[in-house]
Design a protein around this ligand. Sequence first.
Ligand SMILES: *Cc1c(COP(=O)(O)O)cnc(C)c1O
Length: 486
Amino acid sequence: MSNVLDPKDWSAFRAFSHAALDDALDYLEGIRDRPVWREMPDDVQARLNEPLPVDPMPVEAVYRTFVESIFPYASGNLHPRFFGWVQGAGTPTGALADLLASTMNPNVGGRNHGAVFVERAVLRWFCELFGFSERASGVLTVGASAANLIAVLVARTRVLGVQVREQGITREGGRLIGYASSATHSCVRRAFEVSGLGSGSLRVLPTDSFHRVDPAAVARAIADDRAAGNRPFILVGNAGTVDVGAIDPLDELANLAQREGLWYHVDGALGAPAMLSASLAPRLRGIERADSIAFDFHKWLQVPYDAGALLVRDAELHRETFASSPSYLTRMPRGLASAQPWFTDFTIDLSRGFRALKIWFTMKEYGASGIGAAIEANVRQARQLGDLIDADPDFELLAPIGLNIVCFRYRRAGLDEEELDRFNDELVIALQESGEAVASSTTVGMHRAIRICIIKHRTTDADLVYTLETIKKLAHHTGTSKNPAV
Ligand SMILES: *Cc1c(COP(=O)(O)O)cnc(C)c1O
């Protein structure tokens, strides 16, 4: 047997590939007619749990197993009625771009080749969108979790100097403290854990009735920390909180960070793409004053998983946080090892895929205006859904609608609060199991909520009406017992 892994018969492989691509396109074209989600049955799971395949198998046979045992059990986030968590749907073009990207299969850690220049181009587009200058730096990441971590590390370099890379974090000069609201995504806490700062160094501040942080409360916490000999260094604002889509007062936070000399980071994983809509952008005023912005392409920017980004106003600080120069990565004035700076100098990874291509395709095909219109439509739909819920005595809104997320619950007479919580959790599970729609659960204030995040370009107004009707039907079927089957 030859050790060359290319097809032995290219024309057969070509025919097979074309058929697979047709299956993929059929799948995408018919996505609305499929159940939103269905669980992978036990016997299928068991079939996948096989030993390492030692002997070769024709790719056609491997593909058959994929079609039977994997393809039907997607998580459902491409479907127009998938409203769970904050999950984008991508586009058929994005999927095609991913195929082309892995066909080129470049390592985008650095060097002098096309993919590097595409990544630079897409990052420049977003620097422009957020009002960052040509001198800013950026890097594509797995997602906003990684981007938020990198931001915390750059902020750490700013306050402790580049010697922190050698010395690690010392308590000299006081314990480093960061500030964020209680509505901040858990990955910011994790960034504090992973970076060695410790989550105890993140002050978690209360929010108002709109789930926004109160800058005066942050200012008081900073003053308290200074009085106690601690060293405030970073303030994190939210452009769209994960639970309810609230936008912190970003401009006021920028004033505060400036006055206090803190690094100002904005987590825009969910909401920063709203900058693409002329009517929504004013709500993010102040984001352009951030020292760094994390955001996601795989959510509202309609790009397939995975792709997030971090932009940093001070490129040199960003570079100093990660750059290294081992001999095997020597940079050269010409040739493939040129074209500095390299992306590996701005992130944790060396080897990196060509994430930029699916972003480049998406932004060029639909334009900022096309993506912006999809975002605007979702915000309108969220308000509309809120109105429907308000008008329906069976439902109760649990949070103001800041952007594209609607948190509510089903009200059933005769249940106490604890039973209502369980009932609504059960409704979310039943909805998922029905295959009709997917919502997720969260806690808002004191209550368990049904959470609907409208983030798909495919979602129609009728999808929302249908989803509410389905929830009602399920509520009736779930019975009136005080102990729904959980
Ligand atoms: C999704 C999300 C994150 C985490 O981003 P990933 O891309 O999932 O790593 C962080 N913050 C907010 C507000 C989010 O919505």
